[in-house]
Design a protein around this ligand. Structure first.
Ligand SMILES: *[C@@H]1O[C@H](CO)[C@@H](O)[C@H](O)[C@H]1NC(C)=O
Ligand SMILES: *[C@@H]1O[C@H](CO)[C@@H](O)[C@H](O)[C@H]1NC(C)=O
Ligand SMILES: *[C@@H]1O[C@H](CO)[C@@H](O)[C@H](O)[C@H]1NC(C)=O
Ligand SMILES: *[C@@H]1O[C@H](CO)[C@@H](O)[C@H](O)[C@H]1NC(C)=O
Ligand SMILES: *[C@@H]1O[C@H](CO)[C@@H](O)[C@H](O)[C@H]1NC(C)=O
Length: 394
């Protein structure tokens, strides 16, 4: 009897393990096949002189239009091309695209991380898609003095076999202008459960897009209005400009391994609709910090909860890199919007141009009316004791 139950436990453990490994075979988190463009084409990497550089075949990718493998040190019009990472990347010419077929799990949300740099001063934009989903990523704003930035975009898999497509929407007079892309990775996202004492989903911001261990620039999260399909589960980026998802390996983070750095003042807003009971007292608390990236102070955020708004300046205790802030509000409906943006438009003190700003982490919304209920119960108990007293005395 005991033996058979032991055996069935083993069987179910094996089934679980098998299911686990079977599911990881589908789409592993991390770099997609040749996502860093460092695998040499069959005839070797093209020579460094432009025009001869047209790729004859980029391993693991399909191309359409002028797609060029570019190398570190390669020059164009006297300027050295920016290669985000490693020795090689691809440049997409006018209306050109690269694509790769991926195996994913239908119904799940995935986030794609990629690095992009623009080559000319013109307005450059990239269409990232997993048809039918797509988003145009505007590369005009330089968030970083390095000239490139990692971005994340998310999609919900409508089937098990999908195609990830990057297309240059530009139509420049100079066909050698066009965005450079590198380091393409994918991550299957999960939505963390809402904790019992906190109405905010993913309030600790620990679940988010893939981040490369050796990329020190964080990941930009561009506009995303669909809270169901977000690279930062639970959260929306409401603004035209992006916010930066940062990691504790390269930045100062108040809690855990990840947080959000707000950029571009009012132009970078994150928000969430949290579940509330109408007409109840709630408190929003969060950690407000600095990212340790030499950001020019002062730092401050505007925090919103329902009809309350408050600006909070970063004034930590002597040795701390963050402080806890709170905002009391009364819910008006069964959903309440909470949101944050940076009050100032900050840049780094060392290069005077990379965008930076205050850090938000560990966001909680909790029912703070419980204090009154406590008094209510205490009142009941006292009242009962009084009647008992009266009864026995009488
Ligand atoms: C390449 O793109 C053009 C439009 O830009 C399209 O008409 C053509 O079908 C594409 N070719 C392939 C092989 O996808
Ligand atoms: C981006 O590409 C997708 C399919 O690849 C297409 O459906 C969508 O219309 C494109 N968006 C723009 C703005 O061109
Ligand atoms: C990270 O660094 C390792 C070794 O230093 C290198 O092989 C790899 O290509 C790098 N990857 C990224 C995405 O930076
Ligand atoms: C701040 O750090 C210094 C040196 O590490 C220490 O001497 C001091 O007591 C700390 N102050 C507080 C308030 O923790
Ligand atoms: C919020 O309310 C609590 C008591 O419920 C109080 O201790 C706290 O100071 C209030 N916070 C603000 C910012 O008013």
């Amino acid at each position: 009897m005991a033996q058979s139950s032991k055996r069935s436990k083993w069987v179910s453990l094996c089934v679980l393990l098998f299911a686990y490994f079977a599911s990881t075979i589908i789409a592993e988190d991390g770099l997609v096949a040749n996502g860093d463009f460092e695998t040499p084409p069959s005839n070797g990497f093209p020579s460094m002189t432009p025009a001869e550089g047209i790729a004859t075949g980029i391993p693991s990718w399909k191309t359409n239009g002028t797609v060029e493998l570019v190398a570190a040190g390669q020059k164009q019009g006297g300027m050295i091309l920016i290669i985000p990472e490693g020795r090689h990347a691809v440049r997409l010419g006018n209306d050109a695209e690269i694509s790769q077929d991926l195996k994913v799990e239908k119904g799940f949300t995935y986030s794609v991380t990629f690095s992009a740099a623009r080559t000319c001063a013109q307005l450059e934009s990239l269409n990232v898609s997993v048809p039918p989903a797509s988003q145009t990523i505007d590369l005009q704003t330089l968030y970083n003095v390095q000239g490139w930035d990692p971005y994340a975009w998310s999609f919900e898999a409508e089937g098990d076999d999908v195609s990830l497509v990057f297309r240059n929407l530009g139509m420049e007079d100079d066909p050698t202008c066009g965005p450079i892309i590198d380091d393409i990775a994918i991550k299957k996202l999960f939505t963390p459960d809402r904790p019992k004492d906190n109405a905010v989903i993913n309030g600790d911001l620990e679940e988010g897009p893939w981040m490369f261990r050796n990329t020190s620039l964080g990941v930009l999260l561009p506009t995303n209005l669909d809270e169901e399909i977000s690279s930062l589960p639970g959260w929306n980026v409401e603004s035209n400009r992006a916010v930066r998802y940062i990691d504790s390996d390269h930045f100062t983070v108040p809690q855990g391994k990840r947080a959000i750095e707000l950029l571009s003042g009012k132009e970078g807003i994150i928000s969430q609709m949290v579940e509330t009971a109408p007409n109840k007292q709630y408190t929003l608390t969060f950690s407000l910090g600095q990212a340790g990236d030499k950001c020019k102070q002062p730092l401050a955020v505007m925090a919103f909860a329902g009809d309350q708004a408050q600006n909070i300046h970063y004034t930590p205790d002597s040795n701390s890199t963050f402080q806890t802030a709170n905002l009391n509000f009364t819910s008006k409906a069964d959903r309440t919007r909470i949101a944050f943006y940076s009050i100032y438009y900050n840049t780094r003190t060392d290069d005077m141009s990379s965008l930076c700003g205050p850090v938000v982490d560990d966001v909680r919304v909790w029912f703070s009316g419980s204090c009154k209920i406590g008094f209510g119960r205490l009142g009941l108990v006292l009242g009962f004791a009084f009647w008992v007293f009266v009864f026995f005395m009488g």
